[in-house]
Write a protein that binds this ligand. Structure first.
Ligand code: FAD
Length: 390
């Protein structure tokens, strides 16, 4: 039996937080637990940044420093080193989103290549991550996903996207760094999936370097995984898969309704949870072919993964199984799993303050809408403050 009260250990969870950091975290989660406050804060912050009002300092001292490692990769180093003292690895996440120009895609490429070099001599950084739309236009992925013929110019543009993926995966293979590729909106995802599969075919021959993302709020994903598994076996490559529930649920449902097609999202939370557990089960039964990065803040999913690992005699430090949480969230999961000897990594977002605002706003909104999670964070922070006072 695994210890099902593991995540109640707040001493281990917050071991790196000073009393004042603990207070700041409590204050922050208290603020973002209020939906109206988040709405007002979002509008006011966007306005202030556009109007060049001097709010950066305030943002940095509050949400930014809690959820991000810094404005550049060097800034993140102290955070990375600190986490690693407790056995938690880091995945630097260049969180600049919504760009659409070639030079911006090239900049993002240079950034990731630099991070891979950065990882080269740092044990604390075994993994990198990027978003497909960080390397190419959303509408280009969408056109390919919809099967619309590309113009000659677009074909050349797509080839540049392929080359960017290839450069990252090739260097990662050389340096033995794993690459996670994020999952995005369903109406552009097929093109990304095909491209990532091609990268797995090229670079996952004997060990897993390239990981795609399976968003299990989509009801079709388990079948997709099974068919990918068949192709991988017949062509002789390994699968890397980050499994998550998915971050774009409202957007997905709204679009399906507006355009009149069946929603790609599971009909309710329970169906998503069952789908997630199903994927976890399938992967852990097939670990010789599929490596997994379990990206979740859901405690039951983590306990289930621990239990299944035990059932299938998978050792805690097996490099084919990683747990991942976002920096600034669910430390009770990350630090307790790491203390037990599991492989754990935090996604550490970084970038200029105004560029990471969409990421920060998503975190704030997510914590508002997933009310249960915020109250869980608050109650854990409260217990730890109480424990320290005693
Ligand atoms: C390390 C890491 C990497 C990530 N990478 C990605 C990524 O590449 N792409 C991406 O999209 N997301 C990504 N995410 C975000 C992830 O999808 C969200 O954190 C996740 O949705 C929150 O779910 P949870 O597993 O933590 O658990 P929970 O809090 O238990 O689940 C909440 C999720 O369940 C689903 N859900 C909620 N209500 C319903 C409903 N009524 N019907 C159906 N489903 C419902 C939604 O997906 C919702 O977000 C990542 C998260 C982590 C921690």
């Amino acid at each position: 039996m695994i210890n099902r009260s593991l995540f109640e250990d707040t001493k281990t969870a917050f071991t790196l937080k000073s009393d004042s950091e603990l207070d700041r975290a409590y204050f922050l989660f208290k603020m973002i637990s209020s939906a109206p406050l988040v709405r007002i804060g979002t509008v006011a912050t966007n306005f202030a940044l556009k109007a060049h009002l001097p709010v950066e300092k305030l943002i940095r001292a509050t949400v930014f420093d809690h959820f991000c490692g810094g404005v550049n990769e060097d800034d993140c180093l102290p955070v990375i080193d600190r986490l690693y003292t407790e056995g938690v690895s880091s995945v630097l996440d260049y969180s600049v989103e919504g760009k659409a120009e070639e030079n911006q895609f090239d900049n993002a490429l240079e950034k990731i290549l630099k991070i891979i070099h950065f990882c080269d001599d740092r044990e604390a950084m075994p993994i990198v991550v990027f978003k497909p739309t960080g390397f190419g236009r959303f509408l280009l992925y969408q056109k390919k996903t919809e099967g619309v013929a590309l113009t000659e110019e677009e074909e050349a543009e797509w080839q540049r996207v392929v080359n960017r993926f290839d450069k990252v995966c090739k260097l990662a293979k050389e340096k033995d760094v794993e690459v996670l590729i994020d999952g995005e909106e369903s109406w552009m995802q097929d093109a990304a999936d095909d491209l990532v599969e091609e990268m797995m075919f090229r670079y996952n021959k004997d060990v897993t370097i390239v990981y795609n993302t399976l968003q299990l709020y989509r009801w079709d994903r388990l079948d997709y995984l099974k068919s990918l598994h068949e192709r991988a076996k017949s062509k002789g490559f390994k699968i890397g898969m980050k499994i998550v529930r998915g971050a774009y649920m409202e957007k997905e449902r709204e679009r399906a309704l507006e355009k009149g097609y069946d929603s790609p999202i599971c009909e309710n939370k329970k169906a998503t949870d069952d789908n997630f557990d199903g994927a976890l089960n399938y992967i852990l039964q097939n670990l010789k072919d599929i490596s997994v990065f379990i990206g979740t803040h859901n405690e039951l999913s983590c306990y289930l993964a621990m239990e299944l690992m035990k059932t299938h005699h998978i050792s805690k430090e097996d490099n084919n199984v990683w747990f991942g949480q976002l920096y600034g969230m669910s430390d009770h999961i990350s630090f307790n799993l790491a203390a037990e000897g599991y492989n754990v990594a935090k996604y550490i977002p970084f970038g200029p303050v105004k560029d990471v605002m969409p990421y920060l706003i998503r975190r704030a909104e997510e914590n508002t809408s997933v009310a249960g999670q915020t109250s869980r964070e608050l109650s854990l922070l409260k217990s730890e403050r109480r424990r320290r006072k005693l």
